[in-house]
Design a protein around this ligand. Structure first.
Ligand SMILES: C[S@@+](CC[C@H](N)C(=O)[O-])C[C@H]1O[C@@H](n2cnc3c(N)ncnc32)[C@H](O)[C@@H]1O
Length: 211
């Protein structure tokens, strides 16, 4: 799902340089099985933030078959550590096979279960936390993930423009839209983060922890 004008997304995607063939393979599988993934434009954005920081310790909430995980792990470099989390054991198995194929298993810790519980159970601070769980969980993720970031760390969330539904009156919100609306408002209102919302694909929120 992209919020770009018709045709503009194709233009944007057509310019992306060649990427890891394992990522290409995962994109085809995701398309075929209708698995929602961030796609190559947002994947590249994540990788760019990882390299800019540079981020070494990364926690991902909601990893599916590990597509965004692979972008994060590739960019984090050999000293990087990325925590994959998903509720599905099958997703974790599929993802682990892709990580091995890409030669990046050594940088990735695969965890299954509730992503927030797994975050609570994983000690230490993170340079970057990427949030892509079920949308109703977003407000709770913000509350619990922020204390786990180091000052200057990034909290990045996907789907924050939710297929454009946020432009409709609040009275038409379903539970997911209401949760994202509350989440975005909290991100902008918080004195603890500096937030920028990028209208790339389905909307990406990038919040830098100030203190
Ligand atoms: C949008 S997909 C993630 C896509 C992935 N980030 C990517 O771009 O490649 C969301 C995934 O998160 C998982 N999920 C949703 N809520 C979760 C939760 N609370 N705990 C663990 N996994 C969750 C779902 O099973 C699904 O596989």
């Amino acid at each position: 799902m992209s919020l770009c004008l018709p045709g503009l997304d194709d233009y944007l995607l057509s310019m992306l340089p060649e990427r890891n063939p394992v990522l290409r393979k995962m994109e085809a599988v995701a398309r075929e099985r209708r698995i929602p993934i961030v796609g190559p434009a947002v994947g590249r954005l994540l990788a760019q933030y990882v390299r800019l920081m540079p981020a070494r310790r990364i926690f991902e909430l909601g990893s599916a078959i590990g597509y965004s995980t692979l972008w994060l792990a590739e960019a984090a470099g050999p000293e990087g550590r990325v925590f994959f989390t998903d509720g599905s054991e099958e997703n974790a198995r599929i993802a682990s096979a892709y990580f091995a194929e890409a030669g990046l298993s050594g940088r990735i810790t695969v965890l299954t279960g509730d992503a927030l519980t797994l975050l609570d159970q994983t000690p230490g601070e993170f340079d970057l936390i990427f949030n892509d769980v079920d949308k109703e969980g977003y407000p709770a993720v913000f509350e619990r993930a922020l204390p786990r970031l180091r000052p200057g760390g990034l909290f990045i969330s996907d789907n924050v423009l939710w297929r454009g539904r946020l432009r409709l009156p609040e009275s038409e919100d379903d539970a997911e839209t209401a949760a994202i609306r509350a989440f975005n408002a909290a991100l902008y209102a918080s004195p603890d983060v500096e937030t920028v919302l990028l209208p790339l694909r389905d909307g990406v929120a990038v919040a830098r922890k100030i203190r």
